[in-house]
Design a protein around this ligand. Structure first.
Ligand SMILES: *Cc1c(COP(=O)(O)O)cnc(C)c1O
Length: 394
């Protein structure tokens, strides 16, 4: 089996797994309890906070543990919106290809009277900093732009956007779920105010993540109850998950550079190989993309059929984000980079991990090439394209 869907989720690392099991077994106290085993859990929690903070250049007091990336996105955006509302600023700038955890939160705010500007991401899938600056208004309370896109892997000019926001005194949030643990992220150098991350995207467990919120930013309460997480997120802390997340992140950060080099090599080989398929196109900028992301469109086929046939051959991939697979709508990300519906339907995302071998790379290229040709052999759309009844786009 070749697992090539690491953008959907990753396998837990041995370090994370070991940490999780040992905390569950031996360190099961409630961090709010005053006796020793509770205090030991509290220490584990704070040690994890220090460890996570260090990786992204934050102060431990600026880390809020959450149930994952979605909650961190919701928390960041709703908090900034609450601050904005108080100051009479109800305009938010974002991009058309954000994750649904961001887009749906913005839609909710729009119904409450906020104005949302969604910036174009152009054909290369990259937001232009000068367009961020041009979109800012006197009543802008937040800019939220993802660090790296989860479908096409394009890396955004976060530092430039951060510096523009800082200059204009506007809060800047970035959904860094696909970036943290994969490429260097530093909250001070990048000048971000709020940043979301999720453990299961960097070989930690599911259901745990964190929000970085720069000192002085008042966070909203999404969950009422006890005084955990500075009173900003009630509920007994997920100590095993949090400790495992810290272990996974430390490990990922420690070997980030060598992993990135090896993945980039395999990624480029996959891109070269799949480019050999006629009437295909890479989605998103070729260079400014995550080391492990490959995303293609093939004319004349359906992404779903491609995935099922690849699965038969033992290759697990995706056609977009895990959230849109299962729905028949084409990916909003591919539409945002200007792919027409027909073409967007024939997409394939391969998000590779460290365990992928050179043989796996060859196997993927061979299988995708074979399956695309097979599907085209009985596709009515392909027949129309080949007979000239319809114009090729790619
Ligand atoms: C996976 C993902 C999320 C959601 O994270 P969860 O921990 O699954 O809630 C948010 N944003 C991006 C970019 C993602 O890839």
């Amino acid at each position: 089996m070749i697992y090539a869907d690491n953008a959907a989720t990753t396998r837990m690392s041995e370090a994370a797994l070991h940490t999780m099991v040992s905390v569950i077994r031996e360190n099961y106290g409630n961090p709010s309890s005053l006796y020793s085993i509770g205090q030991r859990a509290k220490e584990t929690l704070e040690e994890a906070r220090r460890s996570v903070a260090e990786v992204i250049g934050a102060d431990p007091r600026e880390i809020l543990f959450t149930s994952g990336g979605s909650e961190a996105d919701n928390q960041a955006i709703l908090s900034a919106a609450a601050i904005g509302r108080k100051n009479g600023k109800m305009h938010i700038v974002s991009s058309a290809f954000e994750h649904h955890a961001v887009l749906h939160t913005l839609e909710k705010l729009e119904k409450e009277g906020f104005e949302i500007t969604l910036l174009d991401v152009h054909e290369n899938g990259i937001v232009r900093p000068e367009e961020v600056e041009a979109a800012l208004r006197a009543d802008t309370c937040l800019v939220t732009i993802m660090y790296a896109n989860n479908e096409i892997g394009t890396i955004q000019p976060i530092r430039e956007i951060g510096s523009i926001c800082r200059k204009h005194g506007v809060l800047f949030h970035t959904d860094a779920v696909q970036a943290v643990g994969h490429i260097p992220v530093h909250v001070v150098d990048d000048q971000v105010d709020l940043l979301s991350a999720s453990a299961h995207k960097f070989h930690g467990p599911k259901g745990v993540g964190f929000l970085f919120a720069r000192k002085g930013i008042r966070l909203a309460n999404l969950i009422e109850g006890g005084a955990q997480e500075n009173g900003k997120r009630a509920g007994t802390e997920n100590v095993p998950g949090i400790a495992a997340m810290a272990a996974a992140l430390k490990e990922a950060a420690g070997r980030m550079q060598e992993t990135a080099i090896s993945l980039t090599e395999k990624r480029n080989k996959l891109i070269r190989g799949l480019s050999g398929i006629p009437h295909s196109a890479l989605n998103g900028d070729e260079m400014r993309r995550l080391p492990g992301n490959v995303n293609f469109c093939f004319e004349g086929i359906e992404g779903e059929s491609l995935l099922l046939l690849l699965d038969d051959k033992g290759i697990e991939a995706s056609s977009g984000s895990a959230c849109t697979s299962g729905s028949l709508d084409p990916s909003h990300v591919l539409l945002a980079i200007g792919r027409v519906h027909d073409v967007a339907h024939g997409s394939l995302r391969l998000s590779i991990g460290e365990d992928l071998t050179d043989e796996d790379v060859d196997e993927i290229i061979r299988s995708v090439t074979e399956v695309v040709a097979y599907l085209r052999s009985f596709s009515p759309i392909w027949r129309d394209l080949e007979s000239g009844k319809k114009q090729h786009i790619l």
